[in-house]
Design a protein around this ligand. Structure first.
Ligand code: HSE
Length: 433
């Protein structure tokens, strides 16, 4: 038997995910060595304060100095788990410049600087891998890069933020208020350090930028993703949706329109029998739809220490397995240069709850405002609330620019007493989903 090659890794960050990566590499060492023919271990760990006592790794591995890792010629792979754009960008750039392979879980970094880093890795004939940056334990990047090459992908959509899915699930399941559900999500460790990133949809937008880039081989940055969060989803909407057989989810949607692409994140209502409706708690699910594959759904834990660590370790294994042949399946991420398809031209179905005066002619006035813009009402339910009433409306599919004009007009009517906040309904017409 030939002796295993020894591979040393430098780890940046030793939080929940970092310590679990260390633990998995230790506990699964035998399996990993069988799969790769290499003995892989973490030989240095960079943390802010190396003097603090830590469980797991021996204290002599810790350093506060990135140069100790960068200048160590024995380290061929750097795993970046510190998150955020700076100083992660400098560390990753320096590692790639030296030809070291980089594994990162950093969606903030990749959704802003990904294309620079992908190109740099290619120029330096090394690898950058980022499975853990999207959807936790779900191996979606690898599936897109390797298994979908000939699938003719047309759309990729799903639930890519665990915190908001947890919050919406809790609100629907128990009727708790948004703030209480968020506090619970933070307690369980799903939320980002700044939960605003989750709530506003920005975390999901960063992940969709990465997924869309990989799926459609084109450059999509965070700024190219239109995003709305769950701040305005009310308990009333959730309750009415349930009456209509619908459930609320924060969806990421990336879709090809011929040779143009549209990428967005928004809260959407989906039918309760749609497979996404049963994805609950902090779970994520991604649908891939393409000419050759019909539809594939990948689902699993979207966050969590061991779960995210599992994705990081899978990247380490791939990086080691490909160390002799970086050309194989290391094709450029963005070899097409697609234009964007404007949001206003997308055809969508909308749900709308309006608080109105409960008087004769009100419904007719509202229907006429929508009718004027060619927006057709599919169903309307009126709920009495004293002198006021609530209209819960669902519309036929319509171009979004038209709907926006109709909403503006209807919202301006004297009899309308609330700010109209429509929610898209997905999976209900032939929109490619
Ligand atoms: N805050 C993220 C989420 C964690 O809720 O999905 C994983 O990126």
């Amino acid at each position: 038997m030939t002796p295993s090659q020894k591979i040393n890794i430098g780890l940046l960050g030793y939080g929940t995910v970092g310590s679990n990566v260390y633990g998995l590499l230790e506990s699964q060492a035998g399996e990993i060595e069988k799969a790769t023919g290499a003995s892989i271990s973490i030989s240095r760990i960079m943390v802010r304060d190396p003097s603090l006592p830590r469980a797991g790794a021996p204290s002599e591995l810790f350093t506060g100095n990135f140069d100790d890792i960068l200048s160590d010629a024995g380290i061929s792979i750097i795993v970046e788990l510190i998150g955020g754009v700076e100083p992660a960008f400098d560390y990753v750039t320096a590692a790639l410049e030296q030809g070291k392979a980089v594994i990162t879980a950093n969606k903030q970094l990749l959704s802003r600087q990904g294309f620079y880093l992908f190109r740099l890795a290619q120029d330096k004939k090394t690898q950058i891998r980022f499975e853990a940056s999207v959807a936790g334990a779900i191996p979606v990047i690898k599936v897109l890069r390797e298994s979908m090459v000939a699938a003719g992908l047309k759309s990729i959509y799903g639930i890519v933020n665990g915190t908001t899915n947890f919050i919406l699930t809790e609100m629907s399941r128990t009727g708790v208020r948004y703030e209480d559900a968020l506090a619970r999500a933070q307690e369980w460790g799903y939320a980002e350090a700044d939960p605003g990133e989750d709530i506003s949809g920005k975390d999901a937008a960063a992940k969709m930028a990465i997924l869309a880039s990989i799926a459609f081989h084109t450059s999509v940055g965070l700024e190219d993703v239109t995003c709305a969060g769950i701040e305005n989803v009310s308990r009333r909407d959730i309750a009415y949706a349930r009456e209509l057989g619908l459930t609320v989810k924060l969806l990421g949607v990336a879709r090809l329109y011929d040779d143009r692409i549209n990428v967005r994140v928004y809260p959407a209502l989906i039918k309760q029998d749609h497979p996404l409706a049963s994805v609950s708690g902090a779970y994520n699910a991604v649908f891939l739809k393409g000419a050759a594959i019909d539809e594939i759904m990948l689902s699993g834990p979207g966050a969590g220490g061991t779960e995210t660590a599992s994705a990081v370790v899978s990247d380490i294994i791939s990086a080691v397995a490909r160390r002799e042949s970086p050309g194989f399946l290391e094709y450029p991420v963005a070899y097409r240069n697609l234009d964007f398809f404007p949001d206003e031209e997308v055809v969508s179905t909308f749900y709308l709850r309006l608080e109105v005066e409960d008087e004769p002619g009100v419904l007719a006035a509202i229907a006429s405002a929508f009718g004027k813009h060619g927006v057709s009402i599919e169903s309307v339910i009126q709920k009495g609330r004293g002198a006021r009433a609530e209209l819960v409306m669902v519309f036929h599919p319509v171009k979004e620019s038209r709907f926006a004009a109709a909403i503006k007009e209807a919202g301006g009517l004297e009899v309308v007493k609330s700010t109209p906040r429509p929610i898209r309904v997905e999976g209900s017409h032939d929109d490619g989903q």
